[in-house]
Design a protein around this ligand. Sequence first.
Ligand SMILES: Nc1ncnc2c1ncn2[C@@H]1O[C@H](COP(=O)(O)OP(=O)(O)OP(=O)(O)O)[C@@H](O)[C@H]1O
Length: 288
Amino acid sequence: MSTDTLDATSAPDTTRPRRPVLTVSDLRIALDDGTELVRGVDFSLAPGEALGIVGESGSGKSLTCRAILGILPGGIDVTAGSIDFDGIELTDLGRKQWRPLRGTRIAAVFQDPASYLNPSIRVGEQLAEALRSTLGLSRADAKRRGLELFRKMGLTDADTVYRQYPHELSGGMLQRVLIAIAVSAEPELLIADEATTALDVTVQAEVLDLLEDLREELGLALVLVSHDLAVVAQVCDSVIVMRDGAVVESGRADDLLTAPRHEYTRQLVDNHREYGLESFIGKEAARV
Ligand SMILES: Nc1ncnc2c1ncn2[C@@H]1O[C@H](COP(=O)(O)OP(=O)(O)OP(=O)(O)O)[C@@H](O)[C@H]1O
C-alpha cells in the first residue's frame, strides 16, 4: 500500500479507536476486453467518517461506488483487489448474499432522485414499503416510522408530503425523501454519488447538513462523490483524488485542499477558488 493510503484508524480522536467499516484495497475494475477503468483504489473508512472522492468526469468515481454497492454495469467487473465491509468480502458475493446488505446495511443516493421513485405511488407509501421490507414493520408501524423519518429529514409538513406523488415535490424535497428511504434501515454506510449536484446552493447546503446530522446520530460512514470541492471540504474528513482510473493523491480533507501536493489536485483546487472554496476550508480548519 502506498504511503498516501488513508488509514481511518489514525483519526484524530485517539480516545476511541474505531475499526474501519469499509476497507477498499487495490480495487481494479475492467471491461470484459481487459481495458482497465479503475486502476488500484485504496482507502478505509471508520464509522461516522466521511470520505470524498473527487476528480474529473470519467475518472472512475462512479464505478468505484458501484463496485462497493455490487451494481457494476454489464460487461464491467472487479478484476482484482478487495472491498471489505465489516469483515465481509463484497467482491465475492452472489445476488442472494447481497439481499441482507444492499439497502439495509449499505445504502446509496444518486443525482436524480425522481428516477429512483415510482411516479404513480405516493412517496410516503414508497418509504413505508422500504420499511416493511427491510425491517419487517407492520403497515401501521411503517407509517408511524415513515412520518418520523420525514420530519427528521426536515420535511416539516410530513403528513402532507407523505400523501404526495413525486411530481408534486421539488428536487430538494425528493432528495430528502430518497435519503429517508436510504437511511430507513439505519445503514452503516451511505454512498452519495453527486447527490446534491442538481440542487440549488441553499437546498444543497441543507441536504449536506442533514447528511452531517445523520453521521453524528447514526455513526453513518459516508462516501461522497462530488465534482464540487467546496461540498467535499464542507462534509469530508478525508479525500481521494482520482484521475484516469487511478488515485493521484489522498489525505485529510483540510490538508489536501489547503496544500495539495499533486499538480492535478492543485489544478482542481485552483479551478474552484473562484467559487469560495476558502470559506469552507476555513470552516474545516476551525473545527479541527
Ligand atoms: N457502462 C459502461 N461501459 C463502458 N465504459 C464505461 C461504462 N461506465 C463507465 N465507463 C467508463 O469508465 C470510466 C470511468 O467512469 P465513471 O462513470 O466511473 O467516471 P466518473 O468519474 O464517475 O465520471 P462522472 O463524473 O462523469 O460521473 C470512463 O472512462 C467511462 O467512460
